[in-house]
Structures are given as C-alpha cells and as structure tokens.
Ligand binder design. Sequence first.
Ligand SMILES: NCCCC[C@H](NC(=O)[C@@H](N)CCCCN)C(=O)O
Length: 453
Amino acid sequence: MKDQNQKKLNDSWGMRWGALAIVAFTMMAAYYVNDVAAPLKTMLESTLGWNSSEFGLFTGAYSFLNVFLLMLIWGGLILDRFGIRFTGKLATILMVVGTAIEYYAMTQMTDATQIVMGYKWNVLVASAGYSLFGVGAEVAGITVTKIIAKWFQGKEMATAMGVQVALARVGSQAAYAVAIPVARAYEITTPILIGLVCLVGGLVAFFAFSVLDKKLDRQLETAVDASPEDKFSFKDVKHIVCNPGFWLIAVLCVLFYSCVFPFQKFASELMITKYQIDENLAGTIAGLPALGALFLTPVFGGMVDKRGKAASIMMLGAAMLIGVHCVYALPFITASWVAIVLMIVLGIAFSLVPSAMWPSVAKIFPVNQLGTAYALIFFIQNIGLWGIPTLIGAVLDGFCVVGTTESGAKLYDYTLPMCIFTGIAILSLIVAFMLKAADRKYGYKLEEANIRK
Ligand SMILES: NCCCC[C@H](NC(=O)[C@@H](N)CCCCN)C(=O)O
C-alpha cells in the first residue's frame, strides 16, 4: 500500500521555487526576445531600409497567428490534451525556431528587398519568424500559469504568479536597455542573437523542469497532468462569453495593454527624436515601465489582496494612462525630464492595472473555468497587440514624416500617434468605470479584499 503521507516534490519550498525559477527563466528569455527589436526601430530603418509601416507589420506579427489562426485557442486545447510538459516544450521550440527565422531574415536576407504584398521580402520573412515566436510565447504564457497552479496548489500561488511576471519584466527591461548599445557595438542583429541563445537555454531549462514535473506526477499518481476540472472546454466558453464581467475585463485588457506594449515598441524613437535623449539611453527609458512594474506589481498585488478595491485601482491606472499619453502628445513639451517622469508614471499604471486585473478574473470565474477564461482574454488582448502597432506604423508613414535624420532614417512627429494612444486610454477608463458599475450590479466582489481578516 502506498504511503499517502509521503512528502511530494512540491511540498519542499526549495523544490517548488526551484521549479518556478526554471520556467521563469524560459519566460524571461521570451520577454527579452519579444521586446529586443523595438529599440532598434530607427536602426532598422537606416540599416535595412525598413519604413514605419514595415516595422509596425513586424511588431504586430507577434499576434498575427494567435489572432487569425486562433492559435491561443488551439494552444489551450493542446495544453489540456497533452499536458504541460509537451505543450511547454512545443511552445519553447516554436520560440527558438521563430527567433532563428527572424535572425536569419535580418542577417542573411538583407538584399531580399523585392516587394511582395506591399512589403519587402525580408520584412515578411522576419515577421513570419516573429509570428511563430509569438505563438510559442503566448502558449508558453498560459502553460506557465498552469504550471504554477499545479506546483503551488494550496501554497503561495498568487505570490508565485507575481514573481513570475516580475521576472519576465527583467527580460523586457534587459531588452530595452541593451539593444541599442549592443547593436551599435557589434551588429544590428547581435541583440537578437543573444535572445536566441537565451531561448535555447530556456529550452534546456524546460527539459530539466520536465524531469522534475514527471517525478511530481509519479508522486501524485496521475497519468495526465491536467486535472479534469481545469480543462479547456467549449461548454465553458459559452458560459464565459455570456458573462458581462468577462467582456468588460477582456475589453479593458485589450485597451489597456494596447496603450502600453505597442507604445513601448515605438517609445525609444519618440525619446530620441522628440526629447533628444541619448540613443544609448533611450531604450532604458522606454523600458522603465517594465522596471517599475518589476518592483511595484507584487506591492500593488499585496494591496489588492489585503484591501481590495480592484475595480477602483483599474480606474486609477487607466486615468494615469490618459495623463501620460496626453502629455506625450503635446508638441510644445519637449524636456527630457518630463519624458522620463511620464515613463515612471506609466510604470506605476502598468503595475496597478495588471495586479488588479488578473486576480479579478479569478473572482468572476470559478477555478474550473479559469484556464479557458485566461486563454480567451489573451486571445482578445492579442487583437490589440496585432492591430495597434500595425495602425501606428501606417499612421507614422502616412501622416507624420517631417524630415530625415543624419543616418538617413525618416524623422517623425509623434503627435498624432500619441493622440491615438490617448483616445484608447480614454476608452479604457470608460470601460474600467463600467466594470466598477457591473461589479456593484452583479456582485463580483472586485472591491473586496482577497484575504479576509
Ligand atoms: N497570469 C496572467 C499573467 C499575464 C501577464 C501579462 N502577459 C500577457 O498579457 C501576455 N498575453 C502578453 C505578453 C506580451 C509581452 N510583451 C503581462 O502583464 O505581461
């Protein structure tokens, strides 16, 4: 007879946090690669001749397959059918292959400038690689959420999720900080090569995690690592999409994240051209929200746990976003310190909203629908992560060119794009307000503390 009281692998503090460290490293590499090309926008223009529309297409390509081929939905199904080890490895392999294609297109296909469907061939190949990477990164995101739920069940689950997101921000900040200096010191694609090497390390790390996870499964005596109650189910989809809270959170998510991630992709150039910030520093400034979020997300998460007020916090974050984008839109404010202060405020908003939003999903839906709810929200969020960079790139090329830089790249006036971001931020405040009203009407308890005294 088996000893039911036998200590399991995840009962050991060191083992479960060690396991988290391994998968968090893979996600850190993913966030690094996700963001590393963004600060290189101007260099891509002067070195490879990419215009803003092409940069926008490339940036939005992260979400292209996720949106148009429903890859997040299939990813959710694969995750439930084949489990976290298989899906995690598959997702990481997709990230490695996608990044390798992107790197190849940017290094070996520099002469492939023939126009196909209105874009340079090398842009399309790099975008295809980045799109494949995007599928891997998003599927890895939902897989890691599920890994944490499994390894930290009945333990420090919320803290573990906060720490994982915080560590992912380290990857983002590193990308923004090193991209331009490394590209200037070596080749424009060296920062991407570094990301590729890190992702291969992340793949090895995931294989190592799988050994631990298999051992845990043997201890848990489960053949399949997805318990029936957290499987992706089309019945749940119907139930979830009929809930007004789902739509309000999903729309708030797409609007809010559309004002942060896509904005950051263009922010390095904005810092250099409008605020005259040194090129080597511009990426670090653009990455400040990620750095701020690294420290503040766990702090605000703790506040939401203890004091509640999640709906009000989301409103506050959205209001701060309006202020930030509105001031960036003002053409007569060009002092570099203002740009830096605004990035810090954006960092605070970027910590407030996610720390209130993601736990709110868990308040609206029962545990057995959470995986499905997160996959659907990620899917809707990806529509913005695809559409907004594509739109901003086209707007820059179509309406904002005001000259040429010394290196031959175009010089843009960012007033119109910043007005667009301000408009989206205003919509996000309206939706946050509606969410608070819905909370009162339907009793989601978003304003209540998670931890009861
Ligand atoms: N448990 C959910 C955590 C979500 C963290 C969130 N990530 C996303 O929303 C991803 N779908 C998109 C990541 C894009 C990275 N540039 C986050 O705040 O990072």
